[in-house]
Ligand binder design. Sequence first.
Ligand code: PGA
Length: 259
Amino acid sequence: MLQWEGMAKRRLVVGNWKMNPRSLKEAKRLFGGIARRARSIRGAQIVVCPPVPYVYELIRGYTGTKVRFGVQNISVFEKEGAHTGETSGQMLRSLGIEYVIVGHSERRALGESDEEIGRKVVGACKSGLVPIVCIGENERDAQGRYLAVLENQIRDSLASVSRTQAQRLIIAYEPLWAIGKGANDAITPHELHGMSIFIKKILTKLYGRKTGMAIRILYGGSVEEANIDELQKEESIDGFLVGHASLDPQEFIYIAHAA
Ligand code: PGA
């Protein structure tokens, strides 16, 4: 019988702004709306992941305590040097950023490999960031081959990640068929239960029971106001990675309250 060690922890609600909004002015307005409403949050921990050019300004202007900051990518290179266009974990950490999304499907689609993702996870851990590693199958098939796809993705992405580093890790399960759609296309709580057990089993095989079971698992893919009340019933899930709904302060905070 699996025990959900993660259950007692605070749920994490992470907003992935992707490449939005189009100006710093709009980013400040969006963040202001979230920060104001976040004051009433008691249970969940909110993390916002704006584009890098905005994040420092938002951190500097924020005097509250309820919101933590993350970004959506990190360089594979750990040390500063001749790497044009890259941003290291150390740089991000020095701005007050705590989390980094690694291996999002939209970055994998641009050619990011499992090996690179592994290096980014290790680099994030070394610089004191918490990596949120995205995994998820493209499609489902009746034979269940997608489970093997998922297992390989987890094993390959984490191949270079040690047990000590794994203690910082967060996994975001985001099936591609559910990303950027509506609540009707998202996963059901029942399916989510099966998937979180499956993922925990793989993590336990990789890192042993204690560490494997303690790794937090988020769900992402069309989490909205319309389905969060259902999804949050799944107790083995430690939080949610929210895309389009995180661009609407009211909806994002509704999700955080529900979680
Ligand atoms: P979505 O995006 O909530 O818009 O589906 C989730 C994600 O891509 O992280």
